[in-house]
Ligand binder design. Structure first.
Ligand SMILES: Cc1cc2nc3c(=O)[nH]c(=O)nc-3n(C[C@H](O)[C@H](O)[C@H](O)COP(=O)(O)O)c2cc1C
Length: 240
């Protein structure tokens, strides 16, 4: 029998979760952090490889240094990709969160995956689903998270050294965990695209094809391109 109440609670949590990019300094107890990671560790993974490990950073000085390293890519990146809406990103605000969780990926699990498939993709997919599980668990406890992407370079090397993370681990995802600063989040003009656009999702009818791909629903290339500029949080047309 379908459990309507379970579905409703899951749906409510999924629908209410938002990426939060401004945090209050209020601490999060270890008990809550463990509850969140308990759900993350139960995530499915390619071949049940469970490639994840978590570094939980609570110390204020270390958090600040990790956050500074993650944010350091931005100054340069802004120049290289000026139409990208960098200001929506959480990275420069990671330092606000009382807890930063680094989700590591153990590359030594790659041989678990079928050699005909791209192991790197399977590793990354597994880690992504784990991050989402973590985010949902946090949301169910009234805690806020965001998703900080880190992809190599000096920032990753700096964090690796700071936290003693061995080379065999990827450090792709940094998740701040804390309580949302609703006031600052509502006020920050930089977060306007996130406030107005991020809650939108394409409708069920648009994205579901029953039986076979429904040509009538096919988005034109123009519509897909326009979607990027009108719906994503990272490309926003500026007023001339
Ligand atoms: C794979 C992935 C990478 C992301 N990377 C970043 C990031 O580097 N910085 C950031 O602020 N948000 C990042 N996000 C958050 C998205 O921007 C956000 O989920 C999206 O705008 C929808 O908003 P919502 O999470 O509030 O529903 C990422 C999300 C995913 C799933």
């Amino acid at each position: 029998m379908p459990d309507a109440a379970a579905y409703e609670s899951l749906h409510d949590i999924v629908a209410a979760r938002r990426s939060v990019r401004r945090f209050k300094p209020a601490p999060v107890s270890r008990e809550l952090v463990e509850k969140v990671l308990e759900v993350a560790r139960l995530s499915p993974s390619a071949a049940n490889s469970q490639p994840w490990e978590f570094v939980v950073v609570e110390d204020a000085d270390i958090r600040r240094n990790v956050a500074l390293a993650a944010a350091s890519v931005f100054a340069d990146a802004r120049k290289k990709d000026p139409t990208f809406e960098w200001s929506v990103s959480v990275q420069p605000f990671l330092f606000q969160a009382p807890v930063i969780i680094l989700v590591l990926g153990d590359r030594r699990m790659l041989p678990a995956y079928p050699t005909i498939l791209r192991g790197n993709v399977l590793l990354r997919q597994s880690l992504s689903i784990c991050v989402y599980g973590l985010q949902l668990a946090a949301a169910s406890l009234g805690l806020a998270t965001a998703w900080g992407t880190l992809q190599g370079g000096a920032a990753e090397a700096g964090i690796r050294e700071m936290l003693g993370i061995p080379d065999v681990f990827t450090i792709d995802h940094i998740v701040p965990l804390g309580y949302a600063d609703e006031v600052e989040g509502a006020r920050a003009t930089a977060l306007e695209p996130a406030r107005s656009r991020a809650p939108h999702r394409r409708s069920l009818d648009e994205v579901v094809h029953w039986g076979r791909f429904d040509e009538a629903k096919r988005r034109s290339d123009e519509a897909a391109g326009e979607f990027i500029w009108s719906e994503t949080v990272t490309r926003v047309r500026r007023q001339a």
